[in-house]
Every structure is written in C-alpha cells, then in structure tokens.
Ligand binder design. Structure first.
Ligand code: ADP
Ligand code: MG
Length: 205
C-alpha cells in the first residue's frame, strides 16, 4: 500500500506540530546568524497549511503538495517561504497523476524538492543552508518501505544539519556575518531535518 493524499495530510499535521514545538529553537538559531524570524515564519506557514486543509481537501498526493507549496509561498516571508514553497511545488509536479506514492515515488519527490531549492536559491553543498540537510537526505533516501526510506532521509538530514555548525555561510542573510556565522547550526537545515523526522515518524506508525 502506497502513501495516499490522506497519509500526506497526516504527515503535514505532524510536521506542523513539530514546527510549533521547535518554534523558539528555530527563532534562537536564526537570531544567532540571521534576523530571528525563521521559527515564526515556519510556524505561521504550517498553521496556514493546516487552515487550508480545513477548507479544501485535496484528493491526490500531488494536490496536497501543491496546497502546501502555494500556502508557504503566499504566507511565509523571507528566504525560507519561497524556497520551501518551490520544494513542495517541484515535489507535487514529480508525483502528478498518482493516487498513491510508492517508496520510489517518495524518493523522486524528495529529489525534485532538492532540485527546486537549488534552482531557486543557487546554494551549493557546504554553503550552510537547508541544502546541507536536504542534499544528504536525498542521497540516503532508500528503502523497501516509506518508513525505512524516510527514516534514512531524516537521519542523514539530522547529521547534515549538525555538520553546518562549523561552516561559514555563503548564502542568505547569514552570509553577511562572514566568519562570525561559524559555530551555529543553520536554522533552515534544522527545520528541514525536523520536517523529515516528522514525516518518518508518521510513516513508521
Ligand atoms: P530570512 O533569511 O529571509 O530571514 P528565514 O530566516 O525564514 O529567512 O530562513 C533562513 C534560512 O533559509 C537559512 O537558514 C537557510 O537554510 C535558508 N536559505 C537562505 N538562503 C538560501 C539559499 N540561497 N539557498 C538555500 N537555502 C537558503
Ligand atoms: Mg530569518
């Protein structure tokens, strides 16, 4: 049995709960090397996604991902809104016309999400951005089940986010700090790892 539109909505509810739970942590990470709004941006965006599901029940995985994309793009300011929005939009396009997603489809959706972030933000690995969590996640996203694949992706994203700590930022607001950006985890890499962990936990239920 593959991942249905309903399963995806459940995963996004879990993601929204995780973002709410880690709101202050994300604010503090962004305060250290940015402007301190990342936790607020993400919380507002995912609350708006939940509200969108109240009024509009998308009936395919692709449609669910598209609602997430358009909501994040319209409701989340800063760099992260358009970047995550593009990620979900590309993921939506990658699974167009499918009623259920196999593990391989999930892998394709993750790859497409990464391509979207890179197309939009032009960050390379090691630039201290969300790419440093999502890139390793895509590489690691393998498994016979959605739970296995997403757990591997979430583990790699967590390791990738930790590995941003010593890096000097070369993209986004944190890059204005130059060498002073070293010594802090990138907030976007952290939020990517939190989202993937929430998806993996739902898939494991
Ligand atoms: P802003 O930087 O506009 O305040 P946020 O604080 O919401 O927006 O998001 C900051 C995060 O966005 C960073 O931690 C980083 O992970 C990500 N980011 C910023 N610029 C880029 C980029 N060009 N490519 C990929 N990710 C980026
Ligand atoms: Mg910010």
């Amino acid at each position: 049995m593959g991942c249905t539109a309903n399963d995806l909505v459940t995963a996004l509810r879990a993601a929204a709960a995780t973002v709410e739970e880690h709101r202050v942590e994300l604010i503090q990470l962004d305060r250290a090397i940015g402007d301190g709004d990342h936790g607020e941006n993400m919380d507002r965006g995912f609350k708006a996604v939940l509200a969108a599901f109240e009024t509009n029940t998308p009936d395919s995985p692709s449609a669910v991902l598209k609602v997430v994309a358009t909501t994040l793009i319209s409701k989340v300011g800063g760099a992260a809104g358009p970047l995550y929005g593009t990620a979900f939009l590309r993921a939506s396009a990658a699974v167009k016309d499918l009623d259920e997603l196999s593990p391989a489809d999930l892998g394709r959706a993750l790859s497409a999400a990464l391509e979207g972030v890179v197309a939009r933000g032009k960050a390379e690995p090691g630039d201290k951005t969300m790419v440093d969590a999502l890139g390793p996640a895509v590489q690691a996203a393998k498994g016979d089940t959605a739970a296995e694949l997403l757990a591997a992706a979430a583990d790699a994203a967590a390791t990738g986010a930790e590995a941003t700590v010593p890096l000097v930022a070369r993209k986004g607001r944190a890059s204005y700090l130059g060498d002073r950006s070293a010594g802090h985890m990138d907030p976007g890499a952290r939020s990517t790892s939190l989202l993937l962990r929430a998806f993996a936990e739902v898939a494991a239920r």
